[in-house]
Write a new protein. Structure first.
Length: 119
């Protein structure tokens, strides 16, 4: 589980999530679907919850603490990111696919830790 490949994937995914979460707070990277994002922002709790989870998961991944738990927390977020881009903003699908792929690889690498959930 701690091969160089797994470590690199974990760090890349952690950095992507950290940058994404911090970007929602500080807005240092332009977002192409700005109007759509603004309309979602009218619901006050959604974005603070999303970027809090992104940053929390990123910290767990980068610190190599509770990685299996962080990956499970990331699944619903990843699915929502994918569905958002598939249905509403297809131009941004590439980063969503990257996050989903990296999460899938790490979930597969940690599959033994999830075995008790399915017994």
């Amino acid at each position: 589980m701690n091969s160089k490949f797994t470590q690199i994937i974990r760090i890349i995914l952690g950095l992507i999530l950290l940058l994404s979460g911090l970007n929602k707070i500080f807005e240092f990277i332009p977002v192409p679907a700005g109007n759509l994002i603004e309309s979602f922002g009218q619901v006050d709790y959604i974005f603070p919850m999303v970027y809090t989870f992104e940053i929390l998961i990123a910290v767990m991944l980068l610190a190599n603490k509770w990685v299996a738990f962080a990956l499970i927390l990331l699944v619903p977020l990843t699915l929502n990111i994918l569905f958002f881009h598939v249905y509403l903003n297809f131009e941004g699908i590439v980063p969503a696919l990257v996050v989903a792929t990296l999460n899938g690889i790490l979930l597969y690498k940690h599959r033994r830790q999830y075995a008790p959930l399915f017994n």
